[in-house]
Design a protein around this ligand. Structure first.
Ligand code: GRF
Length: 210
């Protein structure tokens, strides 16, 4: 998990695991900000956290160090949650289509900072949030799940952010669950989701695309 700030999405993943909705474990929190609140959450839950100083590890150095630390712990999926940097080559190459991000808008609309404020100012009726795989661009990778959230004329950026955040906390653990069950397959720009059915107590998943 990589985070720069308050880490409410990080908390949502912790809570989903604790509630048994997600079969996964969080091996490491990496922050690029020394006093990120996310690190306090990690401490509270006994999760190892590591601050990597972007000045000490400049340019791609930050991502080389991050990739080393994650690989060393056998991490299979890397999650960005409020991580305020563009991921660079060393991490992208160590985890191709194995890095997820959550964005507070319906991509490709309102990429970048302040997705909620952009939606309010543009005057759209519907916005939402997106979980996507990370490629080299800013919020450009293949979309895994989206949730649509209404936008009202009197909305402020703060109000809309709060409304969207509730859905972020639902769809991020859900995307991770699909990954953990081996149900996601990236085909070009698209992420195919394998549907599973319960048949007489057994979970049967047809091959993706089948
Ligand atoms: C969320 O709105 C997320 O979509 C965006 O940054 C914010 C992080 O919030 N990428 P938190 O740190 O998870 O509370």
């Amino acid at each position: 998990m990589l985070a720069s700030g308050r880490g409410s999405n990080f908390q949502a993943v912790i809570d989903s695991i604790a509630a048994g909705r997600l079969r996964a474990s969080i091996e490491l929190l990496i922050t690029d900000v020394p006093d990120a609140y996310a690190a306090e959450r990690a401490e509270r839950h006994g999760i190892v956290s590591l601050y990597i100083d972007p000045k000490e590890h400049s340019g791609e150095g930050f991502y080389e160090k991050a990739a080393d630390e994650l690989k060393k712990r056998g991490v299979e999926l890397v999650l960005l949650a409020g991580f305020m940097r563009i991921v660079k080559k060393p991490l992208l190459e160590a985890y191709p289509m194995r890095i997820m991000n959550i964005h507070p808008a319906l991509l490709p609309s309102f990429a970048g900072l302040h997705g909620q404020g952009q939606a309010v100012h543009y005057g759209v009726r519907v916005s939402g949030c997106t979980v996507h795989f990370v490629d080299g661009g800013m919020d450009t990778g293949p979309v895994i799940i989206q949730a649509a959230v209404p936008v009202y004329p009197e909305d402020t950026e703060e109000g809309l952010s709060e409304r969207i955040l509730k859905y972020e906390h639902m769809i991020y653990p859900e995307a991770i669950r699909l990954f953990s069950e081996g149900r996601l397959k990236v085909v070009g720009r698209k992420v195919m989701i394998k549907e599973c059915k319960e048949i007489e107590g057994a979970i049967i998943c047809p091959p993706i695309g089948g």
